[in-house]
Design a binder for this molecule. Structure first.
Ligand SMILES: N[C@@H](CCC(=O)N[C@@H](CS)C(=O)NCC(=O)O)C(=O)O
Length: 219
């Protein structure tokens, strides 16, 4: 059986969402990020990204990791793309062209969108007063995201989905990354096609199942 290492409050969410879409069984080992623990090296610390046993599996010390038969794979998007390819349509590619486009949009998401989207997630005010530095970080990140979001807006307004006119792993990978910027209402409302597509992605039963599981975990 497929094993997913990583708590759901991590990029493991991408893999878990896809497993729910695919309807495949998996075992989850809830490895937690070391930075979320006061004493990750303490003998009674929960299994975390610095634990010796986890580092043997993943020397990079990051979740998620999957074990699929003999294959041990890290990098969340490599994991989702592998599973989508393995199980095929509708979430995976129908042919080499779709495969290439799914890779293209997934790389676009993690290289061009993710760093600034994460900067928004970690610095955008959640009701409390923001420091000037945090405000500047968010403003710069939002400004840099206008160009990629315009590209996505144009694509989604014309095609409805990223690849193949249906919901695929390319939508899932991008949606999980754009989620980090979603709290920035003033940015997102400039892109109605992106916002509507993201709402549709997040209305899917498989996303909602993953999200309920995520909310059930301690913050
Ligand atoms: N590019 C990697 C990033 C992996 C990553 O940074 N994971 C975070 C959690 S989402 C982590 O494990 N951090 C470990 C730590 O800082 O202790 C991926 O997509 O899988």
């Amino acid at each position: 059986m497929l094993t997913v290492y990583g708590v759901t409050r991590s990029r493991a969410s991408r893999i878990i969402w896809l497993c729910h879409e695919l309807g495949i069984p998996f075992k989850q080992v809830p490895v937690i990020q070391a930075y979320r623990l006061a004493e990750p090296d303490a003998p009674d610390a929960p299994l975390n990204t610095r634990s010796e046993s986890f580092l043997k599996l993943s020397p990079a010390g990051a979740v998620p990791v999957i074990q699929d038969g003999d294959l041990v794979l890290s990098e969340s998007l490599a994991c989702t793309l592998h599973l989508a390819r393995k199980y095929g349509q509708p979430f995976g590619p129908a042919d080499a062209v779709e495969d290439a486009l799914m890779l293209q949009w997934s790389f676009y998401a993690c290289t061009t969108v993710e760093p600034d989207a994460l900067a928004i997630l970690f610095n955008h005010g959640k009701g409390q007063a923001q420091s000037g530095a945090a405000q500047a970080t968010v403003a710069n990140a939002a400004e840099r995201l206008v160009r990629p979001l315009s590209v996505l807006e144009d694509h989604l307004a014309r095609h409805g989905h990223m690849v193949g006119g249906r919901f695929t792993v390319a939508d899932l990978n991008l949606a999980e990354i754009l989620r980090y910027a979603q709290g920035h209402g003033a940015l997102m409302e400039q892109f109605p096609a992106v916002s509507a597509w993201l709402a549709d992605c997040q209305a899917r039963p498989a996303f909602r199942k993953m999200w309920q599981e995520r909310l059930a975990e301690p913050e």
